[in-house]
Design a protein around this ligand. Sequence first.
Ligand code: SAH
Ligand code: SF4
Ligand code: F3S
Length: 474
Amino acid sequence: MTAPPPPAPPSSATPRAPGRRLHMITWGCQMNVYDSGRMADVLAPLGYAPADRPDDADMIILNTCHIRDRAAEKVFSELGRLRLVKQARAEAGHPTILAVAGCVAQAEGAEILARAPYVDIVLGPQTYHRLPEMVARASRAAGAVIDTDFPAEQKFDHLPEQSAPQGLAAFLTIQEGCDKFCSFCVVPYTRGSEASRPAAAILAEARRLVAQGTREITLLGQNVNAWHGAGPDGAPRSLGWLMRALADLPGLLRLRYTTSHPRDMDDELIAAHAEIPAVMPFLHLPVQSGSDRILAAMNRRHSAADYRATIARLRAARPDIALTSDFIVGHPGETDADFAATLALIRDIGFASAFSFKYSPRPGTPAAGAPHQVPEPVKDARLQELQALLRDQQAAFNADCVGRTAPVLFTHTGRHPGQVVGRSPWLQPVHVIGPTSLIGQELMVKITTTHTNSLSGTLVPASNPAATQERTPA
Ligand code: SAH
Ligand code: SF4
Ligand code: F3S
């Protein structure tokens, strides 16, 4: 077996390292980011080391997202570009394997090969552990390989242990798939039904991450708070319990989780926010709409009042919790009154930030064929109004942080000389001027200024004796 060569610097002037090179392009949610890491891990034993540029790569994987129309269309324009790269490399005597992974691969399958016959491998999100076998088949030039099964075996049981260090803040997938079938959404079709990874496997992966230097873990799942498993005693457990077990790992400072569904916010999870210091006071809880009529049409199976009640319980448990959400405007049947109800819910709750989208009909989903589709210009106008309100709320939330002192976990250097950047508990990037030795530490910072998407501040010397010592003038 070939040992993986060390990763080479990005310059094209660098001599080509022996062995094979892999270039990955990742779109979509954080679960795709995590999956791309796993695909790199599974290919490393075959000798594939990372390549920063597609024209340096013997294999290119495009990990795709199908959530909205534009996301899917982007795939074919990118493939057009990669076809030229593949052609140029072939002319220079270097074959290239081109693979399409992710949710577009799952949804479109053979259609991808019909539109882009130069693609060698099409693989769905549940078959990444079979990549080595697919690469072998593609290398034998036996024709294109399609694998979009939902295999009975769980891919996580067959993937190698997460090997490449993930850095100070890492993702860890604990749950996949969705059984909720919201009217507008492709995820249940592209990712399959809900499945939770066993607690022991999650804890083992978290231990490895912490041993490699990770200090903050974000637990991932399409419905992460639907996670369920068994404790060591065999008793059924939910996410609140799992976070308690993870928080006990020495060296792990912070825990986050995303994305949650309002129906799965149980008491144990809310209590975790109150009782476990490592659980950050931050929650992304998509509501989509503030209108009960539209929530019912969306098959969300909760009302606006249920959502408000959940938020009230969370705020009672953790008064400084920052809330973010997802909104869709222009779902079929949405009237001006429905939209007004969404604005009212936003005003009542006050979000720290949010993602908002125009409804995009997805083939095969119930809403795509529903009557009373909302005209594009109406969607445009509603989106602008909603985003203006959300921008104001974000600015107000950030402004409110000025003057506060908060712990910041420093993770990297900033764009400006002497700048070091980390995250606040509320996920805002925070920069300070300080030595690079701050990286890896969680230190108290007094927030002094707000910018559009970040904050800046100064270290609080009294609360950070170690850091103060290190702040000797250069
Ligand atoms: N599991 C999460 C979100 C998954 S998709 C949840 O239950 O909320 C991420 C976001 O994309 C969704 O919250 C929704 O706001 C948006 N989205 C999904 N399908 C969409 C569509 N067809 N059109 C527009 N936005 C969509
Ligand atoms: Fe999609 Fe709804 Fe499932 Fe979220 S809960 S992934 S929006 S079907
Ligand atoms: Fe996109 Fe698939 Fe994630 S559709 S949002 S990549 S689950």
